[in-house]
Design a binder for this molecule. Structure first.
Ligand SMILES: [Zn+2]
Length: 460
């Protein structure tokens, strides 16, 4: 009797383990089967390093990639192939396409119920939010300079432009390894998402935001710029001698003396708090992408270094995609839509993925962003020239970021259109391009015009 009951208990335990195992596997299967089927290298859906199923189009239906056959077919237009390569990946895996990997199960038409071959494998199409026409315009506008251009709708989150240069034609790959000219430096990187860059004076917007929210009398103050600022024996040099000016004029003239003084008055804790709050030191994650995080670190910084940090130099770094989002935050009253690239994946009658909208936290008061927007509008009207953006109410800040010793500076330009019909925020980085207002602003003008054209066609 005793032996039998021991056996029964043993059997019951075994059965329990079996049932638990089946439940565990079933749950795991429903949660992860899509990933198992589409893991990079899976022979069912990959040929070599490439996902081999589905098509990718831009927002207007322009075919960017067809991988339903044995090999990848890229866009018909060579310029579009160059301008979209870093979003789609190349044939050899040098340039990865995290966005296509992220939606691989939707793209190959995998479902837990029907499995991989239940759906029509060739029919699924991923529709990106970018415009091929805008991408092309942006790459051409960079005219051979290395850098990046990004534009997104700060109300919906859709990215219309995410261009990185240099690029190349995947159908006619150049001899990159053998190149000695530097023309392909960092060509495998998507500069918009994966890199950080010295912001230069576009960072003065962060310093201005911190000043507006923590120094009560800031808008009624008058500052004096004599061309230089002495800080404990070191000299901070301004780009001019601006005399008696207020905060708006200081931003318009990009006065280093005023912003250096403000940075020291705010102090390292407040500046670091705002750099973190405004996302400078954070990365963004969406559509399988995680952006590089910028940095703003004043640990052990001397006053002179704090002053330069407030002007976007010292060891400040921003990620272009993240900073573009911050421009959206300023445009949209303190919080904005987070960017996205994958609009939807559709196949036959079904839409297997559709983007949702997510927004940033509220990071600035509306009164602060209203004031900054007004100051940025003043920059365009009184310094950069509203003629550069005919018919568009562009608000912006330029920067000229010193990089290394003696080289030509990087040109930076960031801002937004203040218009309910075209709520677009943007950033332009031109490596070794020189001054932001002269090198990067005209690129922004061309790309914004292209965006407005695409959006107005969609409205008709
Ligand atoms: Zn000055």
């Amino acid at each position: 009797m005793r032996r039998i009951s021991n056996r029964t208990i043993f059997l019951l335990i075994l059965m329990g383990v079996l049932v638990l195992g089946v439940v565990f596997f079933t749950v795991r299967f429903f949660l992860h089967a899509g990933e198992w089927v589409t893991f990079p290298g899976s022979p069912h859906v990959y040929s070599g390093s490439n996902l081999s199923s589905g098509k990718v189009t831009d927002r207007s239906g322009v075919l960017l990639l067809d991988s339903t056959g044995d090999s990848r077919v890229y866009a018909e237009d060579e310029a579009v192939r160059r301008a979209t390569l870093h979003l789609l990946g190349d044939r050899y895996g040098y340039i990865s396409a995290p966005i296509l990997e992220e939606y691989a199960d939707a793209l190959v038409g995998y479902s837990v119920v029907n499995g991989l071959y239940g759906a029509d494998r060739t029919a699924n199409t991923a529709v990106l939010s970018i415009s091929a026409q805008v991408q092309k315009t942006a790459l051409e506008a960079l005219s051979g300079y290395h850098g990046t251009v990004g534009v997104y709708n700060y109300k919906t989150g859709e990215i219309l432009c995410a261009v990185t240069s240099p690029s190349y034609d995947p159908d006619n790959m150049p001899d990159i390894e053998g190149d000695q000219t530097g023309a392909y430096d960092g060509v495998y990187l998507n500069r918009f998402f994966q890199t950080t860059t010295v912001p230069g004076s576009i960072f003065k917007l962060v310093t201005a935001a911190a000043a507006l929210e923590t120094l009560p009398d800031i808008t009624s103050r008058t500052f004096t710029c004599n061309g230089t600022l002495d800080v404990e024996g070191d000299t901070l040099v301004c780009n001019g001698t601006h005399g008696a000016i207020n905060l708006t004029q200081a931003l318009a003239n990009s006065c280093n003396v005023v912003f250096g003084q403000l940075a020291m008055e705010l102090g390292p804790e407040v500046l670091e708090e705002y750099a973190q709050k405004l996302g400078i030191t954070q990365s963004l994650s969406f559509d399988g992408l995680t952006t590089a995080a910028g940095s703003f670190d004043l640990t052990d910084a001397e006053n002179f270094e704090i002053a330069w940090a407030g002007c976007g130099q010292y060891n400040d770094l921003i990620n272009p995609c993240q900073y573009m989002t911050l421009m959206g935050v300023i445009a949209n009253g303190g919080q904005a839509a987070l960017p996205y690239l994958m609009d939807r994946v559709e196949g036959g009658l079904l839409t297997s993925y559709e983007h949702g909208k997510t927004t940033t936290k509220r990071v600035l008061e509306r009164s602060t962003t209203d004031t900054i927007a007004q100051m940025m509008r003043n920059n365009v009207v009184n310094v950069y020239g509203a003629w550069q953006f005919p018919d568009l109410e562009v608000c912006a800040k330029s920067g000229t970021a010193e990089v290394g010793e003696g080289g030509t500076s990087n040109a930076t330009f960031a801002g937004f259109i203040r218009d309910e019909a075209y709520p677009l925020a943007f950033i332009v980085i031109v490596e070794h391009g020189g001054a932001g207002s002269s090198a990067a602003a005209p690129i922004a003008g061309k790309v914004l015009n292209a965006c407005v054209e695409v959006l107005s066609q969609e409205k008709n």
